[in-house]
Design a protein around this ligand. Structure first.
Ligand code: ADP
Ligand code: MG
Length: 307
């Protein structure tokens, strides 16, 4: 039995001759915010639909809370809150009235649950405004309120910040974090916006063309994106000896005949330069570089960047 809240095994969805999701092995850990990052058309929504048994996999399996979703749907789904497509809210009712209808359908003890959910997303309980008069941001918040109303352990939110303005985005980010930190929820969220995932997720899965290319913690990812000083020098062996001998560091990487990357960026560049020159190492280039998450995304997807 695994410790994962969500685990997929070679999950695949084929439409015609296109594999929209291709042999996907995904692992979402308890209490974490997992960001599924990929461009439009990468396969995020299709993946989430299969997790919720809304789409049937062509092959492969989904395990949620350690159980196969296909044979345990009735036990598993009530423990999940999801936002995949916009829920069918009634335009001529208020937000609260809409939630009441859903609460009744689902047999949730009403008032408290609705009040709590609305409070979380900062929508008023007593409000005469009709859903049809809601801004896009308010509609999105109501949809999230609906997803959390029955206090699920796991939330699956497909691009919850889509179409929101910057303030709306910041608010959604803050209550997703609150759900994770204060209420211990496990949250799977998808986005095509790299910076957003970087701000929110604990773990990141990068999906491209239906393939999960990378899966790791933000910490690990940031480790790969550290700053370094890039030197091009005449004598790489001598430069390496100087760094070890005079600067007492092994935290560098020799790229090729002339290139060296020093990750110990606390060392002062002018002093290193002087020491190299004094010891017969000519320097053609020396500058501080930083691999951004965007560089990393380009590298793993082998293509153009993402916002
Ligand atoms: N019902 C469907 N029939 C045919 N192709 C589909 C269907 N749903 C999704 N696709 C295709 O699968 C790919 C992945 O789509 P999707 O999962 O919606 O990506 P994302 O959510 O990452 O933008 C796209 O090429 C899309 O056109
Ligand atoms: Mg989508």
């Amino acid at each position: 039995m695994s410790d994962f809240i969500i685990e997929t095994n070679r999950l695949t969805k084929q439409y015609g001759d296109q594999k929209s999701v291709n042999n996907l092995n995904m692992h979402v850990r308890k209490g974490r915010i997992y960001g599924l990052l990929g461009r439009n058309g990468a396969g995020k929504t299709t993946t989430m639909k299969m997790l919720l048994n809304l789409a049937k996999p062509t092959s492969g399996e989904v395990h949620i809370f350690g159980k196969d979703i296909r044979t345990n749907e009735k036990k598993i789904l009530p423990r999940i809150g999801s936002l995949i497509e916009s829920p069918g809210f009634y335009p001529n009712l208020t937000g609260t009235e809409n939630l009441k209808i859903f609460a009744e359908l689902r047999g949730i003890p009403k008032r408290n649950a609705i009040e709590n959910a609305l409070e979380l997303v900062s929508l008023p309980y007593r409000d005469k405004k009709l859903y049809s008069q809601y801004s896009l941001g308010m509609k999105q918040r109501l949809a999230i309120a609906l997803a959390v109303m029955h206090d699920p352990e796991l939330l699956i939110l497909d691009e919850p910040i889509n179409g929101l303005d910057p303030i709306g985005i910041a608010e959604v980010r803050s209550f997703i974090r609150k759900l994770s930190e204060e209420r211990g929820k496990t949250i799977l969220i998808s986005s095509h916006i790299l910076s957003e995932i970087a701000l929110l997720a604990d773990d990141i899965g990068i999906i491209d063309n239906g393939v999960l290319l990378e899966e790791e913690s933000l910490e690990e990812l940031e480790g790969k994106n550290s700053k370094y000083i890039h030197f091009i020098v005449s004598d790489i062996a001598q430069a390496a000896r100087i760094l070890e001998g005079s600067f007492n560091t092994k935290n560098f990487h020799v790229e090729d005949e002339h290139g060296i990357r020093l990750y110990d960026t606390n060392l002062l560049l002018p002093i290193i330069n002087r020491t190299f020159i004094e010891n017969g190492v000519d320097i053609t280039e020396a500058h501080v570089c930083e691999n951004t998450l965007e560089d990393y995304f380009k590298k793993v997807t082998g293509g153009v960047g993402i916002a």
